[in-house]
Design a protein. Structure first.
Length: 271
């Protein structure tokens, strides 16, 4: 049963009774407020004995009812729901914009409900373990960064190298992300190199921006003194072995980054 937003649970039937004035027993009455057997449901009642009309105007059942008061939602529950709607990972600025106070967030952190991944970056503890924790942390903290060079090779499985830091590219006039962990290696690149060949991948509820396979190959040859020519050649061999080779696209990117003459002999040797 429901009376003005309250749930009323009938927990026990007893006997049938006859009443002459049902308006005083079940209904609104003169007060226009829900009343059962004279009990005002707007008061803080948890249970009462009353009667409910079940067959006709003058036939009632005496019952024992329980008023199920709505359970108030705590600040931590609201915060957890906000985290879930954002994939489980949020930055401090977004948390505050969502109406969650610092005190609530710190209380959740201290009680283990959320985990601080980095400065100003938090994750709901109940979420599944991250599959790419370092990349997810960097992408969530610095959405404008693009996974670059050796880290991009590792993402695309085009290298045997194991990056011990996350390589990222940002525009020349951008501030690098401030992270205690994981360690990052930042390259500031021009607008053409930054905007060419960018892909977006959803990983653990976070959008990771990474240069495509073809663009990453070109970047490695362009920065061969930084990553090593052997790493660039190995990546090109892996790329050819995996199939779906797009030589025209590689040469288009290589022309934009002015390494077409450098790359052409290696491409021709492997084709």
């Amino acid at each position: 049963m429901r009376f003005s937003g309250y749930e009323v649970e009938i927990t026990q039937f007893s006997r049938t009774v006859a009443m002459q004035n049902p308006d005083e027993i079940v209904g609104l009455g003169k007060s226009k407020r829900p009343r059962v057997c004279g009990c005002d449901l707007h008061k803080n009642l948890t249970s009462f004995r009353g009667v409910v009309q079940i067959t006709s105007m003058f036939s009632f059942k005496e019952v024992f009812c329980t008023v199920l008061q709505p359970t108030p939602i705590t600040a931590s529950e609201r915060a957890a729901d906000l985290f879930r709607r954002h994939g489980g990972i949020m930055r401090m600025a977004d948390i505050l914009r969502g109406g969650i106070t610092r005190n609530t967030l710190y209380s959740m952190r201290d009680s283990g409900l959320v985990v601080q991944m980095a400065r100003g970056l938090y994750r709901l503890a109940e979420m599944d373990p991250l599959s790419q924790s370092d990349l997810v942390t960097v992408a969530a903290k610095a959405p404008h960064a693009v996974i670059y060079l050796v880290s991009a090779l590792s993402f695309h499985e085009l290298t045997t190298q194991i990056p011990h830091e996350v390589w990222i590219a940002i525009p020349r006039n951008s501030e690098p992300p401030r992270l205690n962990y994981p360690p990052v290696r930042v390259s500031r690149i021009n607008e053409v190199a930054y905007s060419t060949g960018v892909e977006e991948h959803q990983t653990d509820g976070v959008t990771i921006r990474v240069f495509s396979r073809e663009k990453t190959l070109v970047d490695c040859f362009s920065r061969r003194n930084e990553v090593g020519i052997d790493v660039a050649i190995e990546a090109l061999k892996f790329y050819m072995a995996k199939g779906n080779v797009k030589v025209d696209l590689i040469m288009e990117y290589a022309t934009k980054l002015r390494v077409a003459k450098t790359m052409r002999p290696y491409l021709e040797a492997l084709l």
